[in-house]
Design a protein around this ligand. Structure first.
Ligand SMILES: [Fe+2]
Length: 133
């Protein structure tokens, strides 16, 4: 099952939105690699790509927040750090255990829960702030 972009996830900031769509694509590639029974090496490669892209995106988003003097920057950065840790753990677990049902479930929960909630609750506030700054 692939993640689908929903209009409610659109923040209105074109940089942030296009990177979020890339993140969803990267998560879908990882899920696809797991469900198609690709070798562990290929699965870990897609997992590492997702991790790298997540870090790049958060870095870019944090720079935009600093530039626009976003008042909730510190809290937002902490949320990003938690997510990076989660994805990092996930990739190491995939490396050691392969795509178990539990791990694939974790990927689903992380993206459809954590990431989608973060975008619709937090990133929309950021985009609105940037627009009005
Ligand atoms: Fe964010």
């Amino acid at each position: 099952m692939a993640f689908k972009w929903k209009d409610s996830l659109t923040t209105g900031n074109t940089t942030i939105d296009s990177q979020h769509k890339e993140l969803v694509n990267a998560a879908n590639e990882l899920l696809e690699a797991c469900s198609q029974g690709k070798g562990r090496e290929e699965i870990v490669r897609t997992g590492k790509f997702l991790l790298g892209y997540t870090k790049k995106h958060f870095g870019d988003e944090e720079r935009l927040q600093l530039k626009s003097k976003y008042p909730d920057y510190d809290n937002h950065k902490k949320l990003h750090e938690i997510l990076v840790k989660e994805v990092n753990n996930l990739v190491s677990d995939l490396e050691s255990q392969g795509p178990t049902v539990v791990l694939v479930g974790k990927i689903n929960n992380l993206i459809s829960g954590w990431v989608f909630d973060h975008i619709s609750r937090e990133d929309i506030k950021v985009a609105t702030h940037i627009k009005n700054s």
